[in-house]
Design a protein around this ligand. Structure first.
Ligand SMILES: NC(=O)c1ccc[n+]([C@@H]2O[C@H](COP(=O)([O-])OP(=O)(O)OC[C@H]3O[C@@H](n4cnc5c(N)ncnc54)[C@H](OP(=O)(O)O)[C@@H]3O)[C@@H](O)[C@H]2O)c1
Length: 252
């Protein structure tokens, strides 16, 4: 039986992905920073588990020691991790264009430092045994969006990091993937005050993630197709046109 660890799986995309892997007979370990949310998630997930191989571990990824202990615990007491989905993230949309340092610091600590801690300790165990690490980034990382500096900065860094590690970790037998979802209906995006185009469910995302990671060799798993193609085109536009489009879209 194969083993997956998913961070930030008490809700949203992580939770739906855990469900998908459980239904496919994987041993699933979910973690998040909140014990209560994890227990509720466990109760719901056990109803779909066919093997009862579901474990919950509280792990705040912004705490280096907690991440170290979690990975050591899984590896030594549960099973070697075949696939890790680094999905946990903090999200607090800025509704204004004000620069808020605390928000930048929070998102840096969770989304970026947290991802780095996971990769660092996973590497120790996974190297030379064909491990697979998938980082959930976001197409917002392709380019700077108005009001999204803090979140976008961390997602851009994750993307750049993933591209870089793709080369470096191949040498030590670890596969790196990037997951770039469009707008998915979750607790986080329900905080948005604008209408989200091409909005999809967490179950849709889980399906795409499962197939993308297991049935393709793609480095980047992105969905829904047309939404991301549009953002990819925005990514290569010259600044003059890019800034003009945002001005027309929202007077930025
Ligand atoms: N939804 C979208 O449209 C969308 C689009 C692009 C990318 N993404 C990415 O997809 C991933 C999942 O997001 P989501 O939309 O599913 O959001 P979500 O439902 O809010 O889930 C976020 C998860 O992260 C956990 N978390 C937050 N802080 C944590 C910490 N310090 N340590 C460990 N876990 C922590 C939360 O659990 P606790 O509160 O229990 O800790 C929760 O389980 C994120 O990386 C996000 O950037 C989402």
């Amino acid at each position: 039986m194969l083993t997956i660890w998913i961070t930030g799986a008490s809700s949203g995309i992580g939770f739906a992905t855990a469900k998908k892997f459980l239904k496919n007979n994987w041993r699933v370990i979910i973690s998040s920073s909140n014990n209560q949310k994890l227990s509720i998630a466990k109760k719901k997930l056990l109803t779909v588990s066919i093997n009862n191989e579901l474990h919950i571990i509280k792990c705040d990824i912004s705490k280096k020691e907690e991440v170290k202990q979690t990975i050591e615990y899984i590896e030594k007491n549960i099973a070697p991790i075949n696939l890790a989905i680094l999905n946990a993230a903090a999200y607090s949309p800025n509704k204004t264009q004000e620069f808020n340092l605390e928000n930048y610091e929070l998102l840096l600590d969770v989304n970026l430092r947290g991802t780095l801690y996971c990769i660092n300790f996973l590497k120790e165990f996974m190297q030379n045994r064909e491990g697979h690490i998938a980082i959930v980034s976001s197409p917002i990382g392709y380019r700077g969006w108005p009001t999204a500096g803090a979140y976008g900065m961390t997602k851009a860094a994750q993307l750049n990091l993933g591209e870089s590690l793709f080369f470096d970790f191949k040498k030590i037998g670890i596969r790196i993937s990037i997951i770039n979802p469009g707008f998915i209906d979750t607790e986080s995006t329900r905080l948005n005050s604008f209408k989200m185009p091409f909005l999809k469910s967490s179950e849709y995302a889980a399906e795409k993630i499962y197939n993308g990671l297991l049935n393709t060799n793609k480095f980047e798993i992105f969905f829904p197709f047309w939404m991301i193609v549009f953002v990819k085109i925005m990514r290569i536009l010259p600044y003059k046109i890019y800034f003009y489009i945002w001005k027309k879209l929202g007077n930025f």
